[in-house]
Design a protein around this ligand. Structure first.
Ligand code: GRF
Length: 204
């Protein structure tokens, strides 16, 4: 089995899309852990319903939560192949990122390297895209390194937004594509079809 951990903070629609794909056409992939920085959110509820082990994460040690060092050990013990950030809003400490080099990916709801970085999350991203009058947007799946939204890009999908009237419309169009792109990339990882060559990422 190809073992993944999914990090979440909010409603969890990408987590649901991953689980749906696993149930339909990705049966070599297993979500072995859901990690959340927020105890009560849609994603945590959903993982409980599905019986997936769920870990609450905090920067400092407190009851009912694990800290990053504890989490690192848990994920090592579970022999996690890939960490997927699906709407995870907290900055991850550098030593955690170093421990999982090229094993952490993130989905961002715009076409990086534009509209990324600190503060660029949720509707802020789509408002910036809308106000710049960008004519295309779309999700980006990228490796996570020590700088926000900076790691090498793995996959993107362009969406025509030339006729939208609001940032919310962009959000909905992009989210629909996120739900396809993220499971697609995870499947490719599980098939060992993601390759870094010539300083670029190739999907074979
Ligand atoms: C998505 O738009 C994702 O691109 C971003 O956070 C949002 C999470 O949505 N990183 P959900 O919790 O998966 O519904």
């Amino acid at each position: 089995m190809y073992k993944i951990a999914v990090f979440v903070t909010g409603r969890g629609s990408n987590l649901k899309a991953i689980i749906n794909s696993i149930e339909n056409d990705m049966n070599k992939v297993e979500v072995c852990a859901v990690v959340s920085s927020k105890p009560e959110c849609g994603a945590v509820e959903f993982s409980k319903q599905k019986g997936i082990p769920c870990f609450l994460l905090s920067n400092t040690s407190k009851d009912g939560f694990v800290d990053y060092d504890q989490l690192k050990n848990i994920l090592f013990e579970k022999k996690i192949d890939l960490i997927v950030l699906a709407g995870f809003l907290k900055k991850i400490p550098e030593n955690f990122i170093e421990a999982f080099e090229y094993k952490i990916i993130n989905i961002h709801p715009a076409l990086l390297p534009s509209f990324g970085g600190k503060g660029m999350y949720g509707i802020n991203v789509h408002t910036a895209v809308f106000e710049k009058s960008a004519q295309i947007s779309g999700p980006t799946v990228h490796f996570v390194d020590k700088v926000y939204d900076n790691g090498k890009i793995i996959a993107q999908k362009a969406v025509d937004i030339s006729q939208v009237k609001t940032p919310e419309e962009i959000a909905a169009l992009v989210l629909k594509e996120e739900h396809k792109l993220l499971p697609f990339v995870i499947k490719k990882f599980s098939e060992n079809k993601i390759e870094i060559k010539n300083n670029r990422v190739y999907i074979n």
